[in-house]
Design a protein around this ligand. Sequence first.
Ligand code: NDP
Length: 412
Amino acid sequence: MSRVLMIGAGGVATVAAFKIAQNTDVFSEFMIASRRKEKCDKLVESIHKAGLNMDIKTAQVDADDVEQLKTLFNSFKPELVINLALPYQDLTIMDACLACGCNYLDTANYEPKDEAHFEYSWQWAYKDKFEKAGLTAILGCGFDPGVSGIYTAYAAKHHFDEIQYLDIVDCNAGNHHKAFATNFNPEINIREITQKGLYYKDGEWIETDPLAVHKDLTYPNIGPRDSYLMHHEELESLVKNYPTIKQARFWMTFGQQYLNYLDVIQNIGMSRIDEVEYEAPLADGSGKTTRVKIVPLQFLKAVLPNPQELGENYEGETSIGCRIRGIKDGKEHTYYVYNNCKHHEAYKETGMQGVSYTTGVPAMIGAMMFIKGIWKKAGVWNVEDFDPDPFMEQLNKQGLPWHEEFDGDLEL
Ligand code: NDP
């Protein structure tokens, strides 16, 4: 018997919930809790409509509030809490897990609301506490971070004595037919891509201007796409865990139209994350106004297309993988491991597009690894700290099959 609580009812959580309901031999008791209970109930309804009959409980919780979380955890008593809310809630959920003796898994590192800053230090600082409590925390178990780290661990285990050059390449060659939309939470996404670029070379971190470095990379079944060097959180743990790495970079594709819109959003101040004063009408209908504080990026999120509603007309596919160069038996080798995921296939199965799918499936597999006792050790861990083999096996079974190319031209 296993008892799992998932927090969040957005795009990624929807996919993870479908996948949990498809694996009732592993998951027996399941609750979904989010800021709005009705969203959890709607999600359960869609799972049942798809013919999956799992009995799923739902609850309302504000995950910014540790006391509310503790009350919920103490009543449902989950073995594992899957955090698929937003990165802002990572620490409050980890605190509540420690207080109530629950294990923890997430897909994105903690970010303070008032500072777009990506690093694991805040969550790694919980290592001793989780160790002492005998609890497991698994960090960053989506696709990137997540499968990108598992691919690297698999390459290190089976194909290299020394990994020297690592390039994580993330291509979305889909078309959702909207002028501008983000593929996951717009606030989190725009904060991420407007950051300065950062990569690792010869023991140092090198900063670049946002999206300043780019080149064409060729993706399987897709072709060449302009790919931009960005900072991405898994680079921090991977260079620490694989000290032979001389260079580690992350690349993501963007179309020109997307970049033009992003440029305008930034230039008119709509990507700001500080508060601005705004004259808002009173809710009493009197026509009078009052000065309120709003965060422009949060306002923008409210008017942009909801990523959860992009799926229906989404064509094309994603291709995400690791391109690795290193040494095996004294010789230099290259290795490329990747998954391609079709948006429409993801939509047919879960009602969500491929970006939510490629994140929600690994979150479920990570939970499965924990419940089966395969990925269980006291402390706070990144995914590459665990055995990649059983996870890789499940990727093939759960809808994200992977492919390998040996000794080809990595273009990098
Ligand atoms: P969504 O915005 O669609 O979903 C977030 C969910 O969390 C919503 O249901 C939201 O409620 C709920 N929520 C937000 N704040 C609170 C709170 N204070 N208390 C309780 N519930 C709350 O985001 P996505 O599904 O797109 O993304 C989910 C996570 O996955 C994010 O952390 C994102 O960074 C991460 N991610 C990771 C990737 C990877 O590959 N590793 C890739 C893509 C995303 P409401 O519905 O009411 O707004």
